[in-house]
Write a protein that binds this ligand. Structure first.
Ligand SMILES: Cc1cc2nc3c(=O)[nH]c(=O)nc-3n(C[C@H](O)[C@H](O)[C@H](O)COP(=O)(O)O)c2cc1C
Length: 279
């Protein structure tokens, strides 16, 4: 078995797995839930949630600093005209076959910016002069999700791996090159993703949220990812781009590609591309 967490605490995990050998999957879910859901209501440990101040961090600074290049997004709000929400939600479906056509940079920028970008600044929130709030809401308004993007075919962007610095609204180039062979390995049995124009990987950095919400943060990181995924997919649909959420990835391979620590939890990948022309 591979993976950053398995490598870090193999004995502890083995010990717990052995204890759960005779426990059904359904009951293992109960165990996992009750261990994580340690609210004062259940534990009577009322002091646990009265914590001290903690360090707020919005981004992975080292990735931004070490990036080869920074490319500002080119957002165009005028591209949003008057499409009905009912039209968008009725038309969206999981698209697994893509037209071989470049995505223009404005379309790409709008999808990323209006989901993961800064919507407004809160003055004084978390004792910060200007606290960035994203378009998508999250537990405590904390910015602990990271967005990595593999670009296969987007106008004006080199093929490669990018990290989105949402505060500066720019893409940070982490690695250059054709990532399709790697994506084929990562998205096990979901090889259609290789033909998409770009793939977003949503990763929760637990170091930036567990200090506030403790273990419960794990549950709500999935909620926050779901909100983000819905925005990404519906904004893509607005721009006539199809998409597909993909949970079928090999976590340890993705950890290698993104160079994740054991506190980074990949939650979802979503790939995007144009619907094939009707023949
Ligand atoms: C969290 C999540 C994970 C998914 N993982 C995969 C996947 O690994 N492979 C795939 O082909 N589709 C995947 N899907 C797409 C679902 O199969 C699809 O959303 C569902 O069948 C409903 O179809 P629709 O999206 O066309 O409405 C996933 C969807 C969600 C929300």
């Amino acid at each position: 078995m591979e993976g950053t967490r398995i490598k870090e605490i193999p004995d502890k995990l083995q010990q717990i797995k052995e204890q759960l050998l005779d426990v059904t999957d359904m009951d293992q879910v109960k165990v996992a839930h009750e261990i994580i859901d340690d609210t004062p209501y259940k534990t009577k440990n009322y002091m646990k949630y009265m914590h001290d101040e903690y360090y707020i961090q919005h981004n992975k600074e080292h990735i931004i600093k070490q990036s080869h290049k920074k490319i500002p997004l080119k957002v165009n709000s005028e591209r949003f005209q008057n499409k009905m929400v009912s039209h968008l939600i009725s038309n969206r479906h999981s698209l697994r076959d893509y037209e071989n056509k470049k995505v223009d940079f404005e379309t790409f920028s709008n999808i990323i910016h209006y989901s993961f970008g800064v919507k407004n600044y809160g003055l004084g929130a978390y004792n910060q002069k200007k606290y960035p709030f994203k378009y998508t809401n999250s537990q405590g308004g904390l910015n602990y999700l990271d967005l990595y993007i593999v670009v296969n075919n987007v106008e004006g962007l080199e093929q490669g791996l990018y990290y989105y610095d949402f505060i500066n609204d720019e893409l940070c180039l982490m690695d250059i090159g054709n990532m399709r062979p790697l994506i084929n390995e990562i998205n096990f049995q979901n090889e259609f993703t290789v033909y998409s124009n770009f793939i977003c990987f949503i990763v929760a950095d637990m170091e930036r949220v567990v200090p506030k919400y403790y273990k419960r943060a794990y549950r709500f990181s999935h909620v926050d990812t779901g909100i983000l995924a819905a925005y990404l997919q519906l904004i893509a649909e607005y721009h006539d781009l199809g998409s597909c959420s993909v949970a079928g990835y090999l976590e340890h391979k993705l950890e290698e590609l993104l160079d994740l620590s054991s506190n980074d939890y990949p939650i979802l990948s979503i790939c995007f591309g144009y619907k094939p022309e009707e023949v």
